[in-house]
Design a protein around this ligand. Structure first.
Ligand code: ZN
Length: 242
């Protein structure tokens, strides 16, 4: 069984299509989306419709929640705020309904899934430090937890002796007694200095996790965003992956 985990599409249809096209050629059993389908990008409805038809499970992210009008966006940066309001205004009713029904977390036999953190999924906090990681390992019981939200792919390992360290992607073999928090990065707005889309393949038979980076037509996305009058900062950052 192979499961693909993706996150943070942010209305970037070209990036999502590039991932789905790649997956056509891989033997994949399930696709799981960790949220932030919308926000920032020019194609929120199209991205929701693709996620609806291709994913076996999808969770809600803070931008999805905000676009529905359920989140106080006063702490969002001005670009995020404007794009959330725009996204909310163009969402079709059935897509809005779909987002409304997405769960916050999912615990399945093979792993736990959440957009932000297993500790406080509703607070939309981040796992950036060893302290954050140690705390969060206490809030799920499976060997692996997949997260998104920071747009930066990271493999965090907890050893049987209680040490926490980061294993550089792209490949990880699961080892008995070890536990893992896997940040799958972002499909539509990577922020780790690499503009290519990010996605993770979890091979249950092999007991392995692989990070895949895929290029897409950034110029085409930027042209569309210009037409939608999205702020230049959000348009330019795609090219740098920042
Ligand atoms: Zn996001």
């Amino acid at each position: 069984m192979k499961i693909v985990i993706l996150s943070d599409i942010h209305g970037n249809l070209e990036a999502l299509n590039s991932i789905l096209h790649f997956l056509d050629h891989e033997k994949i059993d399930q696709i799981i989306c960790l949220g932030d389908i919308v926000g920032y990008g020019a194609n929120p409805n199209e991205c929701i419709e693709l996620i609806r038809t291709t994913c076996d499970l999808a969770l809600i992210g803070n931008h999805d929640h905000a676009a529905l009008g359920h989140l106080d966006i006063s702490y969002f940066n001005p670009y995020a705020k404007k794009s959330v309001i725009w996204t909310g205004s163009v969402l079709k009713d059935d897509n809005r309904q779909y987002l409304e029904n997405l769960p916050l977390t999912a615990e399945r036999p093979e792993a736990t899934y959440v957009h932000s953190t297993p500790h406080q999924p509703r607070d939309w906090s981040y796992i950036f430090t060893v302290y954050d990681a140690r705390l969060n390992f206490k809030f799920f019981t499976t060997q692996v937890c997949f997260i998104g939200h920071s747009h930066q792919p990271v493999f965090i390992v907890l050893s049987p002796q209680g040490e926490i360290f980061v294993q550089p992607p792209p490949h990880l073999e699961l080892k008995e007694g070890y536990r893992y928090i896997i940040n799958v990065g972002s499909v539509g707005q990577p922020r780790d200095g690499n503009p290519d889309s990010s996605v993770v393949i979890f091979d249950l038979a092999e007991g392995s996790i692989r990070l895949v980076r895929l290029p897409y037509d950034i110029a085409q996305v930027q042209a569309k965003m210009q037409q939608a009058q999205i702020h230049p900062f959000l348009i330019e950052r795609l090219a740098y992956g920042r």
